[in-house]
Design a protein around this ligand. Structure first.
Ligand SMILES: C[S@@+](CC[C@H](N)C(=O)[O-])C[C@H]1O[C@@H](n2cnc3c(N)ncnc32)[C@H](O)[C@@H]1O
Length: 709
């Protein structure tokens, strides 16, 4: 065996022989074929395309001889013969591997004597020993083909860390069939294949399907995969992915792709029109003719996925904010669970040496049942580990991290007509001059009765049972009762008239000193209460009989209000949590974030609303200024970043979490600023009542906050 030679050296030296032979003149037929090749590959843009063609031809021969050697070591082909072209012909026939098909680069290599290829053939041993064959082969291709030429077909390889991440998310049990459209040197296909190998120890592994317009890509990817040493069967083909019929591949569980980024003006007008028509048929709507090629890959790839299948693409992020991106965003939001969109920081070129633009990796799933509700919008500023990124994509983390930011957004809130790029950096939140809310106020959960349908009463129930109102407290029953930003005595009256539950059993400690310690008997009837009801226990029983009847009703078997978990831990069972009247009521179970509502009534709240109590003296205007701040989009963003508001779409922010939220201290503001903020809060209240544009009123608060900060 000849001593291994470095592939780079071998390619360069062999290419110089080939280039010299080309310069000396070749037959017109080959000359024409070379010209077509150069045109398709974008090499015609170069000063001396033949030099690059010569290098590619040498590289192609190196790859094929490496692949041949691999088959040979598996016992599937005889020892490498003297003549490479004859060797590849035999290999094509014996193995049926399309990577051995002859094409123009084989003919180009054929212009030199076999002897001139000796170094190249020796270098195959070096390549066979490569640790990361796809990365090595992809790098070799890029080092021999100038970037300006590669732009034509969008030939840029995926960095290994990103390929690994995409594959790790896509491959689960290893049984997945994978499609890699535009596979190039196979960086993604190889990453997916390695994951499959890790998941399943023994072949046969389900197929990897790949397609690329470039014949050389099929040779590169076939070699990359073959060197992974598993002998799996793959189905790689030369062709236009957009012409590939899904029936020719069959449904796949995973699509992994770094599609070509070629811009619309790089595409032939006739071709462009055809693929645009095809995409419009898929989406059943308009697709912008300004779309770059990767958009068409998205539309077409969706047709290959099996239900529940996953797709991950790496592309530029421009479509998130350009006009042509709108139909694509609409399509993705309609067809997929958008699990995550991960943006790799535009300034960080360590991940993408040659990328021309920002890189966005999508993680999509074809819904097979209920669609997921949340999308993780992840911005990567530095170099997180794969585990960190997977945790972010799968929803185990949220908010600011030491490597970036994770914004969790309900997918339904992703409006295709809007720019999505803002979601990666929603606001420039600078909280340095703010104080924790706990410095100004305490937040407390409302009353937990344990059985609201018993403890909460409508006007009719109060009348029916003849319950004296002195035993009751008014309540704000739930967030639906307070759609705006204040709750007034008139609102409460209206709720009462409308038959809503507006009371809770509350002032029962005053019922009677003796009654306070009573407990139900084993038969479920309370002796002291019974005595009340029968009028044998107390002189005042006339006025109390209604409430006593109702409490006895609570002890009945059908209601058993004394027997719930909370009631059993209370003494007496009917005396619920004590709460002061909250001047501010906070909604926390609603999708759009919390609302901070001025409570102008003497109503308490149940545990579905929090109460906010001021701990410091604030003027009326200062309180309303604080409410303006708390209801601003800026504050929502601060809350969102502080933790877990969207963790499950309707998640709750706990009182202690709210107390930690940074807020503007109105006492530190000039009087005019306080008055102006208070006025904007009033404007918000009025707008909500008039069913007006609440978003605009909130935007007005944010505008003022920006001026103040
Ligand atoms: C950005 S590269 C990605 C290469 C490789 N998958 C990787 O991730 O490193 C895009 C690839 O798509 C190929 N390509 C361009 N247009 C294509 C088309 N219409 N159909 C199939 N492949 C195409 C290019 O030849 C190139 O190999």
């Amino acid at each position: 065996m000849p001593a291994p030679t470095h592939p780079e050296t071998a390619i360069t030296s062999t290419a110089s022989h080939i280039a010299a032979a080309l310069a000396a003149g070749v037959d017109p037929d080959l000359d024409a074929a070379i010209e077509t090749w150069c045109e398709r590959q974008g090499l015609d843009r170069l000063a001396d395309p033949h030099e690059i063609v010569a290098r590619q031809a040498a590289f192609n021969t190196l790859l094929k001889s490496t692949l041949y050697e691999r088959y040979h070591r598996q016992g599937r082909l005889p020892e490498f013969p003297a003549d490479p072209r004859a060797a590849f012909e035999t290999a094509r026939a014996e193995t049926d591997d399309p990577a051995f098909s002859e094409y123009v680069l084989d003919r180009v290599a054929g212009v030199v004597e076999t002897d001139a290829l000796a170094d190249l053939l020796a270098a195959r041993h070096d390549l066979l020993a490569a640790d990361e064959p796809a990365e090595r082969i992809g790098w070799l291709f890029e080092s021999i083909t100038p970037q300006s030429a590669r732009r034509k077909l969008g030939q840029f390889r995926t960095p290994p860390a990103i390929a690994e991440l995409m594959a790790a998310w896509l491959i689960d049990d290893g049984d997945e069939t994978v499609l890699d459209p535009g596979m190039g040197a196979g960086a993604l296909a190889a990453a997916a294949y390695r994951r499959k190998q890790e998941a399943i120890d023994q072949p046969p592994l389900a197929d990897i399907h790949g397609v690329d317009l470039n014949d050389l890509a099929v040779v590169m990817a076939a070699t990359s995969l073959a060197l992974l040493d598993h002998g799996g069967s793959h189905s790689l083909r030369v062709g236009d992915f957009l012409d590939l019929d899904p029936d020719d591949v069959g449904p796949v569980e995973a699509v992994i792709s770094n599609p070509p980024y070629s811009r619309h003006h790089e595409l032939d007008p006739g071709y462009k029109e055809r693929i645009n028509r095809q995409a419009e048929a898929t989406v059943d709507g308009t697709v912008s003719a300004l779309s770059p090629l990767y958009a068409y890959f998205y539309y077409h790839a969706a047709d290959f996925l099996a239900p529940g299948g996953r797709l991950s693409f790496i592309t530029p992020s421009e479509f998130l904010e350009t006009g042509y991106g709108e139909p694509l965003k609409r399509f993705l939001a309609a067809e997929f669970d958008i699990r995550a969109l991960v943006l790799f920081d535009r300034d960080d070129d360590s991940k993408f040496d040659e990328a021309l633009t920002t890189s966005l990796v999508s993680f999509l799933e074809q819904p097979d049942g209920d669609p997921s509700v949340l999308t993780r919008i992840v911005r990567v500023d530095s170099e997180p580990s794969e585990a960190d990124l997977l945790a972010a994509i799968d929803g185990d983390r949220e908010g600011e991290t030491d490597w970036g930011f994770i914004n969790v957004v309900p997918q339904a809130d992703l409006d295709p007509a809007e720019k999505w790029t803002g979601l990666f950096d929603p606001l420039d939140v600078e909280t340095g001059d703010l104080v924790p809310l706990s410095e100004l106020a305490t937040v407390t959960r409302g009353i937990a009765t344990g059985q609201n349908d018993y403890y909460c009463l409508t006007r009719d129930e109060v009348d029916e049972w003849n319950i004296d109102e002195r035993y009751l407290s008014k309540i704000v029953r739930n967030a639906r009762r307070v759609p705006g930003y204040d709750y007034t005595p008139e609102d409460w009256q209206a709720d009462r008239e409308a038959g809503h539950e507006v009371w809770v059993l509350y002032h029962l400690t005053d019922l009677d000193a003796d009654a306070a310690g009573i407990q139900p008997t084993e038969t479920g009837t309370d002796r002291t209460l019974a005595a009340y009801a029968e009028g044998t226990d107390d002189e005042t029983n006339e006025a109390d009989s209604g409430i006593v009847d109702y409490l006895r009703h609570g002890l009945s078997e059908e209601v058993a209000a004394h027997d719930g978990y909370l009631a059993r831990h209370r003494s007496p069972w009917y005396v619920v949590d004590r709460r002061d009247l909250p001047p501010v009521v906070v909604t926390y179970m609603s999708r759009g974030g919390s609302r901070f509502i001025e409570n102008r009534t003497d109503a308490r709240t149940l545990s579905n609303l929090h109460g906010l109590y001021f701990d410091v003296d604030l003027t009326d205007a200062e309180r309303r200024a604080l409410l303006a701040y708390l209801n601003s989009e800026f504050a929502s963003e601060v809350v969102r970043r502080s933790g877990r508001t969207y963790a499950s779409g309707m998640d709750k922010i706990e009182p202690n979490e709210l107390e930690g939220v940074p807020v503007l201290d109105p006492r530190g503001l000039a009087d005019e600023a306080v008055d102006e903020l208070a006025e904007r809060f009033d404007q918000l209240r009025r707008t909500a009542r008039e069913d007006g544009d609440v978003d605009a009123a909130i935007a007005a608060i944010d505008a003022l906050l920006t001026d103040l900060r």
